[in-house]
Design a protein around this ligand. Structure first.
Ligand SMILES: *Cc1c(COP(=O)(O)O)cnc(C)c1O
Length: 963
């Protein structure tokens, strides 16, 4: 006998599923929204929205949903297969001690990790300050004039330095020089980039650099084998021949070494990883980049600048190139969009925490360990290859294989990738027992060396391992911010103070179209700070990374299934980087077929700015394709352009659903047309959140796509990164996926170059996407997509009477986002989309995407994670704003004295003794009843963009300036 009212055990267990935590609307809200849309089921809505011919016929094969607890147990088991050896491999990656106050309050804190890139600076002053600190650290350590906030990794920063060199050099040469003692992965990435640009690379002895006619050169300081050379004469010689010289360096070494700027460098770059960011099997970490003021217009990435707000207060913002690619398109300095803000913030807090004295102490400790080790080897007549050192000793032993064997047996990794040498790089975690253990490993037991005795001798005689002329003679980090937060109480409060200035997903919906700001569930985030994932060096022997291998390959299989492709590369560490890897694969594919002459890339006018910027990185010429009045790609224009370029057609880059938020009906036809001319289809996967489980790029007929794992697959945006941009490809492109010079990647061409420093990009955050897919299962993923579409259509319908929805697809449905048109009201009232964006802050909301892809519009993407209740609050805000605009139109308020024109209202503004506004203070700050329950105060009032660009300041202002 069964009682149907009593649930079975498995039905009871289902009640605990993650899916309902990830998806915002409950059953009642779903019913209400469906009724608003006039459909009786989610399935009916989807049938109206997606073209029937692209609907998948089979369900996803990613398995059933798993509870949070089960998924965590499963991934813990995989993680435990990683072996946590001590790493002395170096090569730009070092063990570090993340200060716990930073670990818990930044890396593990949604207030920091769920924020978006600070495009709305009034509600992002916290991370802007932290990034400005990052720039200040870079400036102090490098002695350069201008620093940017962060780049993806050291190797790609080096590639950007080469691109900058070509932009600014007066040399006519097409050759670029790389010293052979630069890290191998850096050489690899720069070579790939040079091949795509059509530059010739010379790799040779640094000393010979000036013998070549080159437009630029890259050297490293200290070198990959640990040596420290004074290259100032070489730099001057190169510059005399009009070459632009980049120096790759190490921030910890620079605490003791003379700054590269003082040696004459034009560009200085490197990785900030060892400033408190775990190695995480290769990333994510932030790279730093600095150059001369004269090259500021050619600088890649973001620069944080100091400006002032409407009240004349100091205020920070992204300077000059805000959304550079969207303005300069294929002429952009770089395609970098998502970078590594969260990690730059961690590194910057690490410097704030330790201060100049603490950091110098750490650097000296590392240097002393190295000196002691070197002294021991010398005492035993072991040949040391490098004449000088900071943290690395490269040496030769007769029994190399035996030493490696002893090391592995002791759970120790040495650097072994160079055939006849071994190397050891010391780090912040090294203690005297570790040095003694290394002596045992290298010399065998019974060597008789004593670490304390060796240390005492160095203390007595002094160290000569840093050349006298290269000892740092300038002070660093003198700014107050690096000298006043050294107790944990002060540090905690500084972190919290900055966090409080930033609006993140833990406050309210961030409905940025194209950015997919969905839930970043806590369970997804938990594994990334496990040492089993965090402590691995990217170049460990393969058998030590079995847990990573297992997780990455399962995630890869799932993504293959979800995208309908055949292979996946996990190397690109952002979406734009994925675009680049995909275009490299396309170019190499054409070349392999003797069709290297194909050099045209079709791009719809509505494309995201990274698309044309990327196409130009593979030396493709961009030909724009028009859109029709409904926002769809103009098929007649596409056919005409394709016919016109004929067999020069290399590719099209197309986003689906389109950046207009519409499922275009003839996407299959588009693929066929491009293929018929021998071109390849690059489908930008940023909008996968509208596809997963319902259709797929591979099924539709494209050849390659990147996936923004930080959009659709739940990696948080981190305030502007990290991200991951793996690419899926059809099998014919698989042989052209990136490889890596240090770690061979199976299934791709052996001779292919790398696009990122680490073989699996920012592998350390892949567990987030793994957890998401595991907990949702195939059915849950499909449901997420359906709800993304439901929420967007609900929003479109409710907002349309207030602000007209610009584009709709079949049956008047939108995909997972919608664009509302501000232009007619702007015309009538003088109120702009910018005013609306700023006024939303008074309601506690971050603006939707502004003026992309259409100027004068807002693009809204609620995602599946937002409830109807939250969306209704936003709709109420928009309705109130509409009423405010109406008052301006009616002449009740003038165009420059109304709550929109003065938005956002900071607390200082509201409590200004002189209040001469045409509206009440109370209404300005609390424009809806729900606001008073959870008020978010913008830290400053509206920021003056023009002033900031005219008076560019990218370093920490002096304390006087703050007063
Ligand atoms: C976000 C986005 C990109 C770039 O991705 P990043 O990870 O930020 O580099 C490219 N195309 C579209 C349509 C996007 O929305």
């Amino acid at each position: 006998m069964t009682n149907s009212a009593v649930k079975t055990l498995s039905q009871l267990a289902n009640h605990e599923e993650f899916i309902q935590r990830h998806i915002g609307p409950d059953a009642a809200e779903t019913a209400a929204m469906l009724s608003e849309l006039g459909v009786d089921s989610l399935e009916a809505l989807i049938a109206q929205t997606l073209p029937a011919d692209i609907r998948l016929k089979t369900p996803l094969a990613t398995g059933p949903a798993t509870t949070e607890a089960n998924a965590l147990a499963h991934i813990k088991k995989a993680a435990s297969k990683n072996k946590m050896f001590k790493s002395y491999i170096g090569m730009g990656y070092h063990p570090t001690l993340t200060p716990n106050v930073i670990l818990r309050n930044v890396l593990e804190n949604p207030g920091w990790y769920t924020a978006y890139t600070p495009y709305q600076p009034e509600i992002a002053q916290g991370r802007l300050e932290s990034l400005l600190n990052f720039q200040q650290i870079t400036l102090d350590l490098t002695a350069m004039e201008l620093a940017s906030a962060s780049l993806l990794d050291e190797a790609t920063a080096a590639a950007e330095a080469m691109a900058l060199a070509k932009r600014v050099t007066k040399s006519k040469s097409n050759q670029y020089f790389i010293a052979d003692d630069v890290h191998p992965q850096t050489i690899d990435v720069v070579k790939t980039r040079a091949e795509m640009f059509g530059f010739d690379i010379i790799v040779g002895k640094a000393a010979d650099a000036a013998a070549h006619d080159v437009f630029g050169a890259l050297i490293q300081y200290p070198t990959t084998n640990g040596d420290i050379r004074n290259d100032s004469a070489l730099i001057a010689q190169l510059q005399a021949n009009k070459a632009i010289v980049a120096v790759a360096t190490d921030p910890m070494a620079l605490m003791l070494l003379k700054a590269p700027g003082q040696l004459g460098a034009d560009v200085v770059l490197g990785s900030a990883q060892r400033f408190g960011v775990p190695m995480a099997y290769g990333g994510p970490h932030a790279a730093f980049f600095a150059t001369r003021d004269a090259y500021k217009r050619s600088m890649p990435g973001r620069i944080i600048g100091v400006s002032k707000d409407r009240r004349g207060n100091q205020a920070l913002r992204m300077a000059m190139q805000t959304r550079e690619q969207h303005i300069r398109r294929e002429k952009a300095n770089s395609n970098i969009c998502t970078a590594q803000v969260l990690l730059a913030n961690m590194a910057s807090f690490y410097a704030v925490y330790h201060g100049p004295v603490g950091l110098k102490n750490i650097a000296e400790r590392i240097h002393r360990s190295t000196d002691i080790f070197a002294a021991g080897l010398k005492a035993k007549a072991i040949e040391i290859v490098n004449a000088h050192w900071f943290d690395t000793i490269t040496f030769k032993v007769t029994d190399r294989a035996g030493v490696i064997k002893r090391a592995l047996a002791a759970g120790v990794n040495l650097r072994t990738d160079v055939a006849d040498t071994l190397a050891v790089s010391f780090n912040e975690t090294t203690n005297s027992n570790d040095i003694a253990e290394l002596f045992d490993i290298v010399l065998g037991t019974g060597h008789g060396l004593n670490v304390d005795a060796l240390d005492a001798a160095i203390v007595k005689d002094g160290s000569k391992s840093i050349p006298a002329d290269l000892v740092r003679n300038s002070s660093v980090l003198g700014h107050p911010v690096f000298n006043q937060y050294h107790s944990e109480t002060e540090m905690l409060r500084y972190i919290k103070k900055l966090e409080n200035k930033d609006l993140s997903l833990n406050h309210s919906m961030i409905s940025l179209g194209s950015c997919t700001m969905k839930l970043n569930a806590t369970a997804e985030m938990i594994p990334i700070t496990w040492p089993e994932f965090g402590s691995l060096h990217p170049f460990v022997p393969r058998d030590q990374a079995q847990g990573y291998d297992e997780m990455i390959s399962q995630l890869g299989d799932w993504l293959v299934n979800i995208t309908g492709y055949d292979n996946i590369s996990m190397q690109p560490n952002s979406g734009a980087q994925g675009e680049y890897a995909g275009m490299v694969a396309i170019r190499k594919y054409h070349e392999s077929r003797g069709e290297g002459h194909r050099n045209i890339c079709l791009i719809p006018v509505s494309a995201h700015g990274t698309n044309p910027a990327t196409a130009s990185m593979t030396s493709y010429e961009v030909v724009l394709v028009d859109c029709d009045k409904r926002g769809n790609i103009d098929m007649a224009d596409l056919k005409a352009k394709a016919a016109e370029v004929g067999d020069r057609l290399a590719a099209i880059m197309v986003t689906y659903p389109s950046t207009h938020g519409v499922f275009e009906q003839n996407i299959r036809e588009l693929c066929d047309i491009v293929h018929s001319y021998g071109g390849q289809v690059y489908m930008d996967g940023a909008n996968m959140n509208a596809q997963v489980g319902l259709t797929s790029p591979g099924f539709i007929g494209s050849d390659v796509s990147h996936l923004n794992l930080h959009k659709t697959f739940c990696i948080p945006h981190g305030g502007g990164g990290p991200g991951m941009g793996p690419i899926g490809v059809k099998s014919h492109l698989a042989p052209f996926l990136p490889n890596h010079t240090v770690v061979n990647i199976a299934g791709t061409g052996a001779s292919n170059g790398a696009v990122s420093a680490a073989p699996y990009g920012s592998a350390g955050i892949l567990p987030i996407s793994w957890m998401y897919i595991a907990m949702m299962g195939g059915e849950g993923l499909k449901q997420a997509t359906e709800y993304a579409i439901l929420n967007a259509n609900y929003m479109a319908n409710k907002l349309d009477p207030l602000f007209p929805v610009l584009y709709r697809g079949a049956n008047d449905r939108v995909a997972h986002e919608c664009i509302i048109d501000i232009r007619p009201l702007k015309e009538a009232s003088g109120i702009t989309e910018m005013d609306i964006a700023k006024r939303l802050m008074d309601f506690g909301y971050h603006s939707p995407t502004m003026s992309f892809p259409v100027a004068g519009t807002l693009m809204i993407e609620p995602t599946e994670s937002e409830s109807k209740a939250e969306m209704d609050k936003f709709i109420e805000a928009m309705s109130t704003i509409r009423a405010e605009i109406d008052k301006v139109v009616a002449g009740e308020w003038t165009v420059d004295n109304n709550p929109l024109a003065f938005a956002p209202h900071s607390m200082q503004d509201i409590f200004d003794p002189e209040w001469d506004r045409a509206y009440e203070r109370q209404y300005a700050a609390f424009p809806a009843s729900y606001v008073s329950e959870n008020k978010f105060w913008p830290a400053v009032s509206r920021i003056d963009d023009v002033y900031g660009d005219r008076n560019l300041i990218c370093s920490c202002p002096s304390p006087e300036a703050y007063r």
